[in-house]
Ligand binder design. Structure first.
Ligand SMILES: [Zn+2]
Length: 177
């Protein structure tokens, strides 16, 4: 799953959950947006550019189970001080790993249980990855369907904010309604 698939699905689910379960209390949607794509923000530049010869893949440290667990431990500490933001971030990072179907790559997900070295299975450069990404976006329904869905969800949310004159409350407080 790529950018819009991750961000749109996560924000859409969170909005739905918010409407049904939490009702009035709103999470910071800006933070949810960040968390939903954070593993890629960290791993793509790291694996495909900076540590290309060591990792050679866009899924590394931030796609392991250790990453959300660490965030959860730190978030739990702050939650006791009534700051739940890190827990939300952790929740969305964990969601990213689920949407990436990381159980299909157990050597990455359970790193370092299978060995300290990440599987160097593709040896991609950034541009190889980018062109694969473009062609998958065009031809692979498993890729383009979630992307279109995610884009549509974000668009609907954006229109909602503009129509209800809530763009500034979203920008400054991360709230929708
Ligand atoms: Zn990812």
């Amino acid at each position: 799953m790529l950018f819009f698939g991750h961000t749109g699905t996560t924000l859409g689910l969170l909005w739905l959950l918010n409407k049904i379960v939490f009702k009035k209390k709103q999470p910071d949607y800006r933070l949810a947006f960040l968390g939903s794509i954070l593993p890629d923000i960290i791993d793509k530049p790291l694996g495909l550019i900076l540590l290309r010869y060591n990792l050679g893949d866009g899924r590394a440290f931030a796609h392991t189970i250790i990453f959300p667990v660490l965030l959860f431990i730190i978030g739990f500490y702050f939650a006791r001080r009534k700051e739940n933001n890190l827990l939300l971030l952790n929740f969305c990072v964990a969601g990213h790993l689920v949407l990436d179907q990381m159980w299909l790559e157990p050597k990455v997900l359970f790193w370092p249980a299978y060995g300290i070295i990440f599987p160097y299975h593709r040896g991609d450069t950034f541009w190889v990855w980018f062109y694969q990404w473009l062609s998958q976006l065009k031809f692979n329904p498993q890729v383009f369907v979630p992307e279109i869905m995610g884009f549509t969800i974000l668009l609907v949310m954006f229109i909602y904010l503009v129509k209800n004159k809530k763009t500034s409350i979203f920008i400054w407080q991360g709230k929708f309604f």
